[in-house]
Design a protein around this ligand. Structure first.
Ligand code: CAA
Length: 259
């Protein structure tokens, strides 16, 4: 697939995806959703030795200022299908087997905030700002924001945030546990890459199972304890488990092969 709305750079095992609609403050449109979905389900397979993915916005002003409001005008008659397509993409990010980190620069509003929430972690720059402005449009967050934000900050805070449309400054997003790290402007991507490089030294299959087991905690259809138990038992059958234990005993660095 030809990526127009996103830019993909690949270096040292890290895919950097830049949302690339700067004139519309990187608003998430249908084409961008299709391209992100393609990357997280197919496109990544072309990248050898992928360790993880960082998503950021082009320019310093916005990560993404929401779903594309102008496109909304035409989708009322097929609203459910429209949203379901988005949900598939957001779920593909959340369930991706490698770490995905949002490096938030400037505004992350509405669907842009929801995109950041679907990532496994968030690093925010000093100028980052999060808000759900949907009720100003007569809407609610529609790409999983009501769920993922409530999971992160609790019911009362999520209710207030979505009903008031208050803009959270970067410092507050870290205090609330939405974002993992606060960085000076221009350094959020580097910090995100540093985290992925660190994770890249660990056993890849274990990392994959951490993602699915933690996600299971928020999946009403899953028994998270069972998911954890199955994952642990499966990992004990792997070569990487043998290697990790041998390396510990032999006092050397483990050489994991994802087998
Ligand atoms: N969709 C489409 N275009 C957008 C956009 C969006 N969400 N946000 C900004 N833009 C466009 C503007 O229309 C403008 O384009 P033009 O120059 O062609 O007019 C350009 O980006 C620059 O924006 P502003 O001139 O408004 O910049 P500003 O600095 O004055 O304000 C802002 C910045 C406060 C972020 C303001 O743009 C804004 O409020 N944007 C809308 C935010 C919003 O309501 N997002 C929620 C969308 S709904 C949603 O996301 C639902 C969902 O969950 C599925």
């Amino acid at each position: 697939m030809d990526y127009q709305e996103i830019i993909l750079d690949y270096d040292a095992g890290i895919a950097l995806i830049t949302l690339n609609r700067p004139k519309a403050l990187n608003a998430v449109n249908v084409a961008m959703i299709a391209q992100l979905h393609h990357f997280f389900t197919e496109g990544y397979k072309d990248l050898k030795d992928l360790k993880g993915v960082v998503i950021t916005g082009s320019g310093e002003k916005a990560f993404a200022a929401g779903a594309d409001i102008k496109e909304f005008m035409n989708v009322a008659s097929s609203a459910k299908e429209f949203l379901k397509t988005g949900h598939k993409m957001f779920n593909a990010i959340e369930r991706f087997h490698k770490p995905v980190i949002a490096a938030i620069n400037g505004f992350a509003l509405g669907g842009g905030c929801e995109l950041a929430l679907a990532c496994h972690m968030r690093v925010i720059a000093d100028n980052g700002k999060l808000s759900f402005p949907e009720v100003n449009l007569g809407l609610i967050p529609g790409y999983g924001g009501t769920q993922r934000m409530s999971q992160l900050i609790g019911k009362a805070r999520a209710m207030e945030l979505m009903m008031t449309t208050d803009m959270l400054p970067a410092t507050r997003t870290v205090e609330l546990g939405i974002c993992n790290h606060l960085m000076p402007v221009g350094e959020a991507v580097a910090k995100s890459k540093e985290i992925i490089q660190k994770i890249g030294t660990k056993a890849p299959l274990a990392i994959k199972h951490i993602i699915s087991a933690v996600n299971a905690c928020f999946d009403h259809n899953a028994d998270g304890y069972e998911v954890e138990l199955d994952a642990f038992a499966e990992l004990m059958q792997t070569k990487d488990f043998q290697e990790g234990v041998s390396a510990f005993v032999e006092k050397r660095k483990a050489n994991f092969t994802a087998e």
